[in-house]
Structure formats: C-alpha cells, structure tokens
Design a protein around this ligand. Structure first.
Ligand SMILES: Nc1ncnc2c1ncn2[C@@H]1O[C@H](COP(=O)(O)OP(=O)(O)OP(=O)(O)O)[C@@H](O)[C@H]1O
Ligand SMILES: [Mg+2]
Length: 360
C-alpha cells in the first residue's frame, strides 16, 4: 500500500483462519488500521489481492463483503435507543418485524444488555456503548468482524472486563475476529494468533506463547513483555557465547560463530550464590513490585533486569543461572543494537508511571 509514493505496507502476506481471534499488534503508525481497512474494503491496496474463502474480493465494495467493522468511536446513533441501534441494519435489509425482534433479542443476550432495549445511547456507560456497537456489528451475522482498538476509550478496569467479555462473545457467536491494538498485554490475553507489525511489515505471526517465548528478532522481543537483549555468537549448535562465557541453549542451525541477538526474560533468571553462578554481578537497584522484586544487576557494565521473589539487597554480589530452554537465540536484524540495557531503568519506569497517570 502506497500513499503518494510512500510505502506504508510492504509485502503483507497473511492467512486468517476461519473462526480465529487474530490480533494485529504494533506501535502507532505501523499500518494496523490500513491493513484492516484493506480487509474491510474501505481502502484499495496499490497492488496485491484480498481473498475470502478462496475468491478475490478486491473489487467488492465494503457493504457487499461478509465483513463488519466496529470503529473506535462506536459511531452509534444518539437519537435512537439501544434496540433501534442494533436493529438498524436489519431494517435496511427489510427483514420482517418478527425476525428483527428475534435477532435483536438474541444479540442483547449475547452482549449482556437484556433490559436495556429502551435506554438512550447517551445514558449508557462507555462499556455499555461498546457492547451496543458490537451487537450492532454482529446482528447482520457477518463472517468476519474487524475491531480497531475498540477498547481504547475505556479505563483500565473496564478494559480488562471487556477483554474477557469480547473473547466470550467471539467464542459464542463463532466468527472470525480481526482485532487491532497497540497493547501487547491485551493481544496476548485475547488472541489465538498475534501478528506483530512494525514499519509496514509483518515481523512475526504466531500464538501468544510463540511470540513471547520465541521472538524472531530484537523488535518483537522488546515490544512484547520485558526482556534482556544481549549480543552473542553461536560457536556451534546448542551453544551460545556471551560475556565471554559459553551457555547451553536449545537453538541450532546458525552459521559457525554467527553473531546473534539473545533474549532472556527477566523472570527466567535464577539468582544463586556467586560461587555457583554462570555469571556473577552486583545488584545496583531493587524495586518491590508486589509479586516480585525488579532487581537490576550489573554484569561487566551491562545491566540486566531480573524479576525474582528472592530479595537481594543493593550492593550484594550474586550469581545467576539460566536454563538452556530460557535462552532464545535470534538472527541479527535491522533492529540489532537498538535496545540498550537497563541502566536507565528507573528513569524509564518513572516516565511510564507518569504516562499512565496522565491517560487516566
Ligand atoms: N490516507 C492516507 N494518506 C496518507 N498516509 C496515510 C493515510 N492513511 C494512513 N497513512 C499513513 O500510513 C501509515 C500507517 O497508518 P495506520 O493508520 O495504518 O497506522 P496504525 O498502525 O493504525 O497506527 P495507530 O496505532 O496510531 O492507529 C502512517 O504513517 C500513516 O500516516
Ligand atoms: Mg490505527
């Protein structure tokens, strides 16, 4: 997809399975909405095709596709009540009054809004309006529902509730959901398949577990969850070298001594007495987080984040061990070297807290 000669989507090749919950996840501007608009028929790609059940739908206008969209601002009709908002599309299709009533009533039950039939849209909470928007999009029985950051306007608690609710609705009605978010936790919690995007390209497609445990490059590792991303080499299969030491790992198929990126999740690192450690370092900062301590440890000038329930005071000299399966080795990419260590962790953390407070 190009706009004025500028390529905003490049080589997008994606299979979406029937009845799957698929999430497009990526930072602002990476091309999520554009991808969704192409699927929905609101945007024609510069080149390429969109197939539905094996046939091209690229020339089919949006309203003729068996696809509906829930927009972020809901776009409900404020002058109609809940019932009429949901019935709107059915009236346009000229269904019988009895059929309309049957379908609207069924939808109201699916989104837990029984008894809200005659309520005015303006009297509803954000979450309730959201559910009306979903009911309205589903009542026409599309094969695919597209949702573009549908929970973006809701506060954190309601967002969490609606995540569970949406997943339940999707399973009940048994249709394909293509969901857009830039919130990685939301993507992991809800999806069967996560499509991680950056800069107009698909970086990785996989289950939430794949994406988290086996990121393919430093971008995915950094974007999903927290990670220590380190430089290393692969001397041979099942061995990786970093910090001048060799570690056992489960990765293979790299060229001899190939330079690689290594990701180690903060919760996968065990703290042991220094004399038993594969690496030893000094604790430089400890933050209590409720479930665990965020512990920053300096290994020869490179600061790792370790999440542990063992309290190690600042200044203590500790060892660490890592199980071979918790070391993920990745080929170098254009993202190599972009992600620093946790030296500035406390500053970053404070910025995050400030942003969250501002959002609320
Ligand atoms: N109609 C348009 N004309 C020109 N550029 C556009 C147009 N629509 C989108 N773009 C550009 O395409 C890129 C991808 O935009 P898109 O809206 O798909 O991003 P996004 O991943 O949905 O981001 P966000 O999370 O902020 O919603 C951006 O650089 C955007 O400026
Ligand atoms: Mg968008």
């Amino acid at each position: 997809m190009e706009f004025g000669g500028e390529r905003v989507l490049d080589s997008i090749n994606l299979d979406i399975e029937d009845k799957a919950f698929v999430t497009l996840l990526g930072p602002s501007g990476c091309g999520k909405t554009t991808t969704l608009r192409i699927i929905g028929g609101f945007q024609k790609p510069t080149s390429g095709d969109v197939l539905f059940d094996g046939s091209s739908i690229i020339d089919l206008p949006a309203y003729k596709r068996q696809i509906n969209t829930v927009f972020q601002n809901y776009a409900l009709f404020p002058h109609l009540d809940v019932y009429e908002n949901i019935a709107f599309g059915l009236r346009i299709s000229r269904l019988s009054e009895a059929e309309i009533d049957r379908r609207v009533t069924e939808m109201l039950a699916s989104v837990s809004l029984r008894g809200f039939e005659n309520r005015k849209i303006t009297s509803l909470s954000g979450g309730q309006q959201q559910r009306v928007a979903i009911a309205r999009a589903l009542v026409n029985r599309p094969k695919v529902l597209l949702l573009d950051e549908p929970l973006g306007a809701l506060d954190l608690r309601l967002r969490k509730d609606m995540q569970t609710e949406l997943k339940k609705i999707q399973q009940e009605v048994g249709i394909t959901f293509v969901y857009v978010t830039h919130d990685q936790e939301e993507a992991l919690a809800m999806s069967d398949t996560v499509v991680v995007m950056d800069a107009g390209r698909i970086q990785q497609v996989g289950t939430p577990e794949d994406i988290y445990n086996e990121p393919v490059n430093a971008f995915v590792a950094d974007f999903i969850g927290e990670s220590n991303i380190l430089d290393g080499t692969m001397p041979c299969d099942y061995k990786v070298r970093m910090f001048g030491r060799e570690f056992e790992c489960v990765d293979k198929g790299f060229a001899p001594n190939e330079p690689v990126d290594i990701v180690i999740r903060p919760e996968d690192i065990d703290i042991v007495p220094a004399d038993q450690g594969l690496l030893c370092g000094t604790v430089t900062q400890v933050t209590f987080k409720g479930v665990h301590y965020d512990t920053i440890v300096d290994f020869r000038g490179f600061k790792w984040l370790i999440q542990t329930t063992d309290f190690c005071p600042e200044g203590s000299y500790i060892g660490i061990r890592i199980n071979p399966e918790d070391i993920q080795v990745m080929h170098r990419s254009e993202y190599s070297g972009l992600y620093g260590d946790y030296s500035s962790y406390s500053a970053e953390y404070e910025e995050l807290v400030e942003e969250e407070t501002e959002e609320e």
